[in-house]
Write a protein of this length. Sequence first.
Length: 66
Amino acid sequence: MQAFTLISLYLKQSWKDKRGQDLIEYALMAGFVAVAAGAIMPNIASSISTIFSQIASVMTGAASQS
């Protein structure tokens, strides 16, 4: 019974924790702006794709180092 209480307490605290929320919101907004810019200005779509590919390769490299 005590394990259930500890788990429920952890879940309640995690639900109230908002520390990472801003970063996620900014990332989603940047992605939305990039998609909208690509849709409005087709010439920029290839540049956006290149930038996101570079970001993905850097993140993959960082993940493999840790």
